[in-house]
Structures are given as structure tokens and as C-alpha cells.
Design a protein around this ligand. Structure first.
Ligand code: 5AD
Ligand code: FES
Length: 348
């Protein structure tokens, strides 16, 4: 195992068989070794800085029906909301005061936010906060929409591929298509965005072979950011009662991705913190270097319920900021409130 981990460290890639070998044979000692190598690589690239992004969940309306997701169209129990332009700007203002210099606008696939509305939103935010980075996470869009958002001033775009295994993808994404999702990610790269892909871990039926597909896809795409989180069941979905993804599996994959893409911006996700109170800290120890505390108004927090047991639902933005700072400091790292761009990125 150590030779394979050393090889990944040195060459930043492995063959399909070697990746599978790594995942199939990870024992306690190898995991410790993998963690230390991933941490070494992160420290080499970014030191002990943990970058912060203020997350604004601006709509939970969604036309898609991802089987695992709590805001899927078919969940008639979801209490739907949309934030107005003013409400979103207020979140940014509060975030700015708290020190955030990156805002992430995330929502379901909601046609109410037409390209024109998104462009207006992007322009207003960039005009008010010119030195802040703006990340969009609005689901799949066509090339021309994405180009308009970029030209309006958006810097980054998050679109997890969710799983690169066609069988698993089709099982959980009715009326969606893995090829179009991948195309959207390539479009984002072509336009010049800093691109975030990523995948779920622990969906019923997902296997190590499937994670190898994810790793190989990420190696090819070379995204600037990778979001990896455990699947967590939501009670009003067909996956109610299914087992959640395991923290060990998530941190293993985080560490492998750190070694594979040394400069990647890798969040310790809220979902990871939701399956284990020390989840985000463990993620950081395994190579993650980003946290995304919530900036959404507390009045809508619990409505953006992608899964059950989400943390921070009752906490004010300022509390999350304090809380996360304490957690990061406790394990010997420090919050970095700067924009935190990917090392190799310049706006085209
Ligand atoms: N458990 C964990 N993560 C989920 N997401 C959606 N539903 C769930 C769930 N039940 C993730 C998806 C999406 C991101 C915003 O949230 O990966 O891309
Ligand atoms: Fe929100 Fe800890 S990050 S309360």
C-alpha cells in the first residue's frame, strides 16, 4: 500500500487498477499514511490556510428530481422559497462585514431566475463588492447562458458531476444525462471559470469501481475545486431510511484527490460535518483546505434541506463564522478570509 501511495504522491496519478487496489485495501495504517501524505502536499501548496466561502442558498425551487435530494421536484412537503435581489445583497453585506471575500450563490434549478435575472444579480454583487469573488452553483446551463454569467463578472462555478458511473448516474437522475453534465463542466472550463466538480459517496449501490470512475474523470477534467460529501438520507425522498455514506470513505477520497490534484481547492463539506461533529476537522486533516459556512438568512435555513440532520440550521451567520474559526484553530490551522483563488487561475 505504501508504495502505491508514494507513487500517487510523486506522479499524481495511478492506473485504474492501482486506484482500485488502493480503495479495496485501505486499512488503518495505510489510511494514516495516506492522511499524512495528503496533509504534506496541502501544506506544501497552500500552507495551513483554510479558505472560507460564504454560502447563500437563494432558492430551493427545483425542476429536477435527483432521487437522493430533499428539494427534488416531487417532494411536495418541501416549503419552497426564493430570496429577492435585495435579500441576497443583504446577505453579501453581512458576509462582507464578517470578513468574507467569496460569495457562493447556490440554488435548485429554478427557471424563475432567468439568464437576465442572474446577469443582473451578478452585476449588482460585483458592482457592490468589486474585490470579492463570486461563485455560482445553479445546476446545468447551456454554453451561452454560462458565457453571459462569466461576462457579467462571475468567477467560479460549482457543478458536481455527482457520480461518473453511468449506471449509478442513471439510477439516481431521472431525465438527466451524464454526458450533458460532463459537457457543461467542459464548457465552464472553456469559458474560463474556476470550475468545481465533485461527487457523492455512499449512495446505495455505489462501489469502489464507481469511485475509480470519479477519480479518473477528475484527473482528466482538472477542475480547480472538487466537492466530495457523504450521501445522507432525506425522509421525504425514495431513499428514506437508507444508510448514510461513511466518513472514512469520504476522507480517503479527499486525500486521494489532494494527491491527484495537488493545487485543488477542496472543501470539508457541511454534509461531512453533519454525519460527524468532527467531520470537517477530519476532512481538513486529510487534505481539505476550504470551508463554506452558511450566510443564508436564518428564516430560510431549514428550508434548504438537501438531507436530514444538516448542521448550522439554527445558527446566525456570525455564529458559524466564529464556530468554524474555533474548529480550524483547534486543530492547528488558520482561517484565511481572502478570495482564495486557485493558484493557476487568471481571468481571461
Ligand atoms: N446527501 C448529501 N448530499 C446531497 N446533495 C444533494 N442531496 C444530498 C443528500 N441527500 C448534494 C449534491 C449537490 C449538492 C449541492 O448537495 O451533491 O450537488
Ligand atoms: Fe455553523 Fe459551526 S459552522 S455553527
Amino acid at each position: 500500500m505504501k508504495t502505491t501511495i508514494d507513487k500517487l504522491f510523486k506522479e499524481t496519478t495511478l492506473s485504474r487498477d492501482e486506484f482500485l487496489y488502493l480503495l479495496n485495501n485501505m486499512d488503518g495504517d495505510s489510511l494514516t499514511y495516506l492522511r499524512d501524505k495528503a496533509n504534506e502536499r496541502r501544506v506544501q501548496e497552500y500552507g495551513k490556510a483554510v479558505y472560507t466561502r460564504g454560502l447563500i442558498e437563494f432558492t430551493n425551487h427545483c425542476i429536477q428530481n435527483c432521487v437522493y435530494c430533499g428539494i427534488r421536484y416531487d417532494n411536495k412537503n418541501a416549503d419552497r422559497y426564493r430570496l429577492s435581489l435585495e435579500e441576497i445583497l443583504d446577505c453579501c453585506k453581512l458576509g462582507y462585514k464578517l470578513g468574507y471575500r467569496t460569495f457562493v450563490l447556490q440554488g435548485g434549478e429554478d427557471p424563475y431566475y432567468s439568464d437576465e435575472r442572474i446577469v443582473d444579480l451578478v452585476k449588482s454583487i460585483k458592482k457592490t463588492f468589486p474585490e470579492c469573488a463570486l461563485t455560482l452553483s445553479l445546476g446545468e446551463k447551456n454554453f451561452s447562458s454560462l458565457k453571459q454569467y462569466y461576462e457579467a463578472g462571475a468567477d467560479r462555478y460549482l457543478l458536481r458531476h455527482e457520480t461518473a458511473s453511468p449506471t449509478i448516474y442513471n439510477k439516481y437522475h431521472p431525465n438527466m444525462c451524464l454526458q450533458s453534465r460532463k459537457k457543461c463542466l467542459w464548457d465552464l472550463k472553456k469559458i474560463g471559470f474556476q470550475v468545481g466538480a465533485g461527487f457523492l459517496v455512499g449512495l446505495p449501490g455505489q462501489s469502489n469501481e464507481d469511485y475509480v470512475e470519479d477519480l479518473l474523470f477528475l484527473k482528466k477534467l482538472q477542475p480547480e475545486m472538487v466537492g466530495i460529501g457523504p450521501f445522507i438520507a432525506h425522509e421525504n425522498t425514495p431513499l428514506e431510511g437508507a444508510s448514510n455514506g461513511s466518513i472514512t470513505q469520504v476522507v480517503t477520497l479527499l486525500a486521494i484527490v489532494r494527491l491527484m490534484l495537488p493545487k485543488v481547492l477542496l472543501p470539508a463539506t457541511t454534509a461531512l460535518g453533519s454525519i460527524d461533529p468532527t467531520g470537517r476537522e477530519q476532512g481538513i486533516k486529510f487534505g481539505a483546505n476550504v470551508v463554506m459556512p452558511n450566510l443564508s438568512p436564518t428564516s430560510v435555513r431549514e428550508k434548504y434541506a438537501l438531507y436530514d440532520g444538516k448542521i448550522c440550521v439554527g445558527d446566525e451567520a456570525a455564529e458559524c463564522r466564529q464556530c468554524i474559526e474555533g474548529k480550524v484553530r483547534n486543530i492547528g490551522y488558520s482561517l484565511d478570509m481572502s478570495r482564495g483563488d486557485h493558484k493557476n487561475w487568471r481571468r481571461l
